[in-house]
Design a protein. Structure first.
Length: 143
């Protein structure tokens, strides 16, 4: 279903209006937490997720911020960069696992493999692409 602006003169609707309508009719919409320390990468990932019809609840760039967001647990799935400014994301992954919230691990390469307890978690290699994000989300939500 596609929405077009009304053909009324002098009436302009902001893009957020059309995004709300688009999200409200997307039955497969997920609410997502992004944990990523690179702002431009986080914005690009958010754009991909929005274009797929999902909602981004928050973006966190530190382990501490991410742990606080997990305490609220007001999202369906999380995407975690495994290395946040040199700090390992494993405490966040453990908290998500304990709360039974699905998540995806993301890596730019050159990192150690995840701990054995997370070896079956879906993984995305960076750079993010829609073709990589979509199957990883489907796999995480199917668990």
């Amino acid at each position: 279903m596609t929405f077009s602006p009304p053909r009324q003169a002098n009436r302009v609707f902001p893009a957020s209006h059309w995004l709300r309508i688009r999200f409200s009719v997307n039955e497969n919409r997920s609410i997502i937490l992004i944990v990523e320390d690179e702002p431009l990468i986080a914005m690009m990932l958010e754009d991909f997720l929005l274009s797929l019809g999902h909602e981004v609840r928050a973006t966190c760039d530190t382990v501490g911020e991410a742990l606080k967001a997990v305490q609220n647990a007001d999202f369906d799935v999380a995407i975690l960069d495994v290395n946040l400014k040199g700090e390992s994301v494993w405490p966040v992954a453990a908290e998500l696992r304990d709360r039974e919230i699905p998540f995806i691990l993301a890596s730019g390469g050159h990192v150690d493999p995840p701990p054995a307890e997370f070896k079956n978690v879906p993984m995305i290699d960076k750079p993010y692409t829609i073709d990589r994000v979509t199957p990883a989300l489907e796999a995480a939500l199917a668990r």
